[in-house]
Ligand binder design. Sequence first.
Ligand code: SDX
Length: 435
Amino acid sequence: MSKPAAQTVTITLDGTDRSATLPVIPGTLGPSVIDIRRLYQDLGMFTYDPGYGATAACESTITYIDGDQGILLHRGYPIEQLAEQCTFLEVAHLLLYGELPTKAQYEAFARTITRHTMIHEQLRRFFDGFRRDAHPMAVLTGVVGAMSAFYPDSSDVNDPHQREISAHRLIAKLPTIAAWAYKYSVGQPFMYPRNDLGYAENFLYMLNAVPTEPYVVNPVLARAMDRILILHADHEQNASTSTVRLAGSTGANPFACVAAGIATLWGPAHGGANEAVLKMLAEIGSVDRIPDFIAKVKDKNSNVRLMGFGHRVYKNYDPRAKIMARTCHEVLADLGIEHEPLLEIAMELERIALSDEYFISRKLYPNVDFYSGIILKAMGLPTSMFTALFAVARTVGWISQWKEMIEDPSQRIGRPRQVYTGAGQRDVVPLSERG
Ligand code: SDX
């Protein structure tokens, strides 16, 4: 830990003389933590926190979230300033190395990433193994996991050079793999990345171009895509990042760890929510059907949730959602889409929800996924690609958190415990005597 314990907490077991005095360790920002590593030794007990909602699994200097205030900082910089003033690769450099790059550092980093955007020609064959209607996240999970077979040196996670080159390869190649997953699904030829295009521009080029004619990326869409990638880059110890850290704690190679993160992100409660929001808005169909939908959401037996709303940490407006909403209006206006029914439904749904006691009392606000799908749909991305885009962006966060974990001297293999409530010890009765 970077800061020594200033205070302690003592836990005493009622009716006994047993107690544990545990160090309290303050962070730079946000809640302090109680270091419970001695708890079992001193009190013979574990803590219980299903879903780890109150548990700090690591020390990190990368991202800070204040869920009550709706604050998101990357290495101390507010997301609003990064989204407004930086490119995705500047933010990638910040997350990976801890500082925004100088001009020279940025040019060197961008050149390195650009020159790693092609994937091994043998990896192309992995796509052919999938059905054309395979979900892009299934393709990403498979192809990224397979990358470890192409870079055997990457298994030496204790070699700083191997860690850095693996990070560069993952950041550079995810857009190519994601774009090719889309092209494969529509039966179009793969478009190779171009070294004369920027990161977001290249991604849009590979998604939309065809070999039969030139394709020029709309600069407005390139800037919007770059900003969307920034908003999805990292988010503290969310489910998929925690998966990457846990996988990495065993010494698994970074490609396998990121593949595990992709699989985790796919879930509709996590990164799959942007796709689920679009389906929800389409299912609602019109503004006048919103009250019926809201009634269904409030009915516990319906199992219907307002997708794109709520968050494990944010109990205020997700700052990324505000930027996303603004970008949504900008992109639709630039595209000349004055009347987007899904946006009208989304805005009315948000207005109603934010004035409804059910949502207010549960502190449910729009999260990053609520508006992103509308922009991506307007940009021509198919719904099935929304979570793949999230994975492209979050790869930077995953690999930065993985690198930090590997380089943390206090890190050990992750191994949560449990409270056992099953059968007490008993003897096996032979099958012949079991009736
Ligand atoms: C992401 O962790 C991260 O940082 C994730 C992420 C990132 O960048 O990595 O921010 C990305 O995953 C954003 C979240 C995307 N998911 C969704 O939009 C799916 C819809 N949201 C929910 O399923 C839910 O809000 C979660 C999963 C996001 C959070 O769940 P929690 O913290 O476990 O909330 P909860 O289930 O404890 O909810 C508390 C109450 C419950 O009602 P009661 O039992 O108290 O009566 O709020 C209700 C829930 O039923 N509730 C919702 C709701 N979310 C919670 N009710 C209706 N609609 C919702 N969306």
